[in-house]
Design a protein around this ligand. Structure first.
Ligand code: ADP
Ligand code: MG
Length: 930
């Protein structure tokens, strides 16, 4: 932003104030900022009150000259949100009027910040010039709200995330059990609908992450904490939707439930109200609504998405790397539209062998054809975002570059279509290639019409190429001739007035004037103006400190011609720009399809690139509930290890085939349990999204639902305890999972006291095994659960392998059949830097607890963990032993140590330690293993 918002009154504000005020004496009252009544307002303020009345829940950006002003509570809210000065303007009903403003030319960046903070903004423009208002004898300029800016109806690049769709979601109730949902992305024109069960609403919200949600008040409660805009279906929704797309009936678009149509109509209706009614193009680029019902998708709820970190890391923000999520790790797309499509696909994998196989075919073809893939990616890279450009063209706030985006995007599409022509690609790529050439094709005319170097803004001259429009060329010639003529006139006047140093200069207010130095100007003034004024007769305009300004009839005439020609040329260019815009919108369906095809090709080429890079394989998807992965990897952890140049990722097999459907995974902390769980869940997401997977081989039975749970951390914001969250999330699995589902549970039950947690985990495991029969991986620190191994025939115990080496444990990150020997908790605590004295004490306590547990535990004869050591075992020292390290430690005064002294002390302690306490650890460990 090049100019800070300043409250100083620009021209028109001053002008406004000179217009007559409405009569009436303001009633004095205490300055109550929020909602004063309009009576006694100046004409402009009266207008403000009227418009504010129509948009009570939006900030009103009230155009006054070069600024958008806000008043009263709006001003207070906006000045706080934007951190700009709150000032006061005039008085209303005896109180000062709080005001703040932002410059019109840079208002977008302020708008962006307000929208991000959840405000809705009504943009109110001046609809006439001051002269027009005066001619009408109106007390103030006519103003109208031309646009309502809301989070779900944006088209500006500066307000949108390039790589994320921005859904406006509308929900319509249909009786008790069902909901109609319609979601559209105004910035790209995508439009889909679905009728869903009410219970599936949270999953839909988690999948779409709507920027804005419209719902009737009855539903609003169910949607908190989402920001909801209250809305109801308009009357005769089917007609509204049909008319919006210029058809008589929706039948041709597919099968819609009435509640889907109602939701679609709500979304369209809302879109209309956010745009100026006169802007007929507002909906021109929207694609017809596509009913999604019947197309099988992999269901994932919000907790699952969070725990799998599909589109973003769980710890967003300062210490989270945005790459540490599935999308970040697998995104090799080279266009924004491709990145958006990939994000959509990962958020909504399919459940249907056929459509997934078509995607895999496309990836396989591009994996095999490396040169073609490289060529395609080269052509895609840097190709413009046609879908979003079209969205802006439809919004009446387009810039010349949006027209260029369509021209250049279609040019790339043409070359890519050629590249895909030979040899015949698999069906999906063939269809995409066919869509790359839209009918009608606006590109040839855009190529002829647009200049090589385009101006940044529509009102700047130079959009149209010479030779495209004869009339414009004529006007431009006139304008440029006049410029040449001015230069000629300067010579003529210098001669006629005898002043060689005469200069013709342009002035904002007076147009072209001849400037003369002081002496020459005074000499000219002394020559009395001739009675019969000639063409060159000087007319004095202005005296300055060091000179004089003159005009004459010839100069004034030329000035007029120049201004007229320039103005007409600008008008003509604007007209042509609108014509080109209409041309693009008339071709919108084809252009949208071409843009979608480019995104599709980008996604498949990117998936192939990824597979080539990492040696990923094409998963075999089957309808049986199989699950057999050879050498699978976790794409995010593997990438993170590679980035930090850490050790290589260790691949692991996973077999959950019938007969061994339930894997019970034990092992110490940090051994890789969580990684293993998630990697197998992510493989399913990737495979069913249509990508290849990081494994040597994978045969996966299609999953209908995917659940992933982590023993929860407290949901402080939600005010629920750890255990409550865990149980709510577990209940969802027990109620929804089935034999085609995949469930990964990570230490569920750890949120409560040991025996409760164990009991719940036990019962959940039994239910999953006996009743639900879902493929499941269950990681637990309850080693007691391994007692179930003998009782549940399909339960296969597995453990993370750990090696002991000189009293240290080494994590091998490999999964092996069997049960963890011990939990190694104290070793992990030691790795984490827990002080040695505390560790020794913990060792003693553990010993004692284990001894007691053997006496109490009803399952003790089946507990492998405890069955190993015998009850005897000499108790570890109950208090800190007399050790030289401890004595030396006690002698240290930390406050008195310099950093350097501290380091030396550490070395000394370390020296004392070698052969001392570590030996004790080793013998302790061995004793326990018996
Ligand atoms: P756990 O759940 O058993 O406590 P995690 O799955 O959180 O362990 O893994 C801890 C760390 O170990 C990970 O952050 C990662 O750095 C490393 N790790 C896990 N699995 C592997 C693997 N298969 N290969 C290499 N490193 C791994
Ligand atoms: Mg873990």
């Amino acid at each position: 932003m090049d100019r800070p918002p300043t409250p100083s009154p620009p021209d028109l504000r001053a002008a406004d104030a000179t217009l007559p005020r409405a009569s009436g004496t303001p009633t004095p009252r205490a300055s109550g900022t929020p909602t004063p009544r309009a009576s006694g307002a100046t004409p402009a303020m009266a207008q403000w009150f009227a418009l504010k009345d129509q948009h009570p829940d939006a900030l009103l950006f009230f155009r006054m000259g070069d600024f958008f002003e806000m008043f009263f509570a709006d001003a207070e809210a906006a000045s706080a949100a934007l951190d700009i000065a709150l000032t006061y303007r005039g008085e209303h009903q005896g109180g000062r009027i709080p005001m703040c403003g932002v410059p019109a030319h840079s208002h977008e960046s302020y708008l962006a910040r307000l929208i991000r903070r959840g405000f809705r903004v009504a943009i109110c423009e001046q609809m006439e010039t001051l002269e027009e208002a005066r001619r009408r004898r109106a007390p103030t300029l006519r103003r109208e709200v031309v646009r309502l800016v809301t989070p779900g109806t944006l088209t500006e690049d500066s307000l949108l995330e390039a790589a994320r769709p921005a859904w406006l979601l509308a929900l319509a109730a249909d009786g008790e059990a069902r909901l109609g949902a319609a979601w559209l992305d105004v910035s790209t024109g995508a439009f889909e609908t679905e009728a869903i069960a009410r219970a599936d609403l949270p999953a839909l919200l988690a999948r779409l992450e709507p920027a804005e949600t419209l719902a009737p008040p009855t539903l609003a409660a169910a949607l908190t904490p989402l920001r909801v805009t209250e809305a109801a279906p308009p009357r005769d929704p089917a007609r509204l939707v049909a008319e919006a797309f210029g058809v008589d009936t929706l039948e041709g678009f597919g099968q819609f439930a009435p509640c889907e149509v109602a939701a679609a109509a709500m979304a369209l209706d809302y879109l209309r109200t956010t745009r100026r009614a006169a802007d007929g193009a507002a909906l021109a680029h929207l694609s017809r609504p596509v009913p999604r019902g019947g197309q099988g998708v992999l269901q994932m709820d919000a907790a699952t998405r969070r725990s799998l970190e599909i589109l973003r890391p769980a710890r967003d923000g300062a210490n989270g790397n945005p790459q540490d999520c599935l999308l970040g790790a697998v995104d090799r797309t080279v266009t924004a539209a491709g990145a958006r499509l990939l994000a959509e696909r990962l958020a909504c994998p399919l459940d249907g062998a056929e459509p997934i196989a078509r995607r895999h075919d496309a990836v396989a073809a591009l994996l095999a054809a490396a040169p073609l893939r490289a060529a395609l990616r080269g052509m895609l890279r840097g190709s413009p975002d046609m879908a979003r450009a079209l969205g802006r063209l439809a919004s009446d706030r387009f810039a010349p570059r949006d027209l260029a985006a369509i021209r250049d995007g279609l040019a790339r599409a043409g070359t890519i279509a050629e590249a895909l022509a030979e040899p015949p690609p698999p069906p999906l790529l063939r269809e995409a290639a066919a869509a790359l050439l839209p009918q009608p094709d606006p590109a040839p005319e855009l190529v002829r019409a647009l200049a090589d170097a385009l101006p940044a803004r529509l009102d700047d001259p130079g959009l149209v190429a010479p030779g495209y429009d004869g009339q414009l060329d004529g006007l431009r010639r006139l304008r440029d001739d006049a410029r040449g003529a001015i230069a000629g006139l300067q010579l003529d006047l210098a001669q006629a007035w005898g002043v060689a140093s005469l200069k013709i200069r342009h002035h904002q207010q007076f147009g072209y004037l001849a400037e003369l130095p002081a002496a020459a100007g005074e000499a000219l003034l002394r020559v009395a103006p001739a009675a019969a004024a000639g063409e060159f007769t000087p007319i004095h305009r202005q005296t300055m400190a060091n000179g004089h300004r003159f005009t004459c009839a010839a100069l004034a005439g030329l000035d007029r011609r120049l201004a007229e020609a320039a103005e007409q040329a600008t008008k003509r260019e604007l007209l042509i720009a609108r014509h080109l815009r209409d041309l693009c919108l008339a071709a919108a369906p084809g252009v949208c399809a071409a843009a979608a095809a480019l995104a599709e090709i980008d996604v498949h080429a990117a998936a192939a690139e990824l597979a080539a890079e990492g040696g990923w394989c094409r998963p075999e998807l089957v309808d049986r509930p199989d699950f057999a992965v050879a050498a699978g990897r976790h794409p995010v952890v593997e990438a993170a290890l590679a980035r930090s140049r850490g050790p290589a990722f260790v691949p692991n097999d996973c077999d959950l085939s019938p007969g061994r459907r339930l894997c019970l995974l034990t092992g110490p902390n940090m051994a890789g349990k969580s990684t293993f769980l998630r990697q197998n869940a992510l493989l399913v997401v990737l495979a069913q999204a249509g990508l290849f997977v990081p494994a040597e081989r994978a045969r996966l039975g299609l999953a209908d639902r995917l659940f992933s749970r982590v023993g929860a951390a407290d949901d402080i914001a939600g005010g629920r305890s750890t255990f409550m969250v865990e149980m709510a999330e577990t209940a969802a699995i027990l109620n929804q999972a089935g034999p085609r589902s995949l469930v990964v549970l990570d230490e569920v039950g750890r949120g409560t006291a040991t025996w409760d947690g164990l009991a719940v985990a036990w019962a959940v495991l039994e239910a999953l095994h006996d009743r639900i029969r879902a493929r499941t991986i269950f990681a637990t620190h309850f080693h007691e659960l391994t007692a179930l191994a003998g009782k549940l025939p399909e339960l296969a115990p597995a453990t993370m392998q750990v090696q002991e080496w000189k009293g240290e444990i080494v994590f091998r990150h490999t999964v092996a059949p069997g049960v963890a020997e011990r939990s190694w908790g104290l070793h992990v605590a030691r790795l984490a830097g827990v002080p040695r004295a505390v560790l020794l004490r913990a060792g003693a306590v553990l010993e004692a607890l284990e001894a007691r547990a053997r006496g109490l535990d009803p399952l003790s004869d089946e507990l492998p963990l405890f069955a190993q050591g015998q009850a005897a075992g000499p108790a570890a020292p109950a208090a800190a032993p007399d050790h030289p390290v401890l004595a030396a430690l006690a002698a240290l005064d930390p406050d008195a140590l310099s950093p350097r002294g501290a380091q030396e002390a550490l070395y000394r302690l370390r020296g004392l330690l070698d052969g001392g306490v570590s030996g004790a650890w080793e013998s302790h460990g061995q004793e326990r293993r018996g």
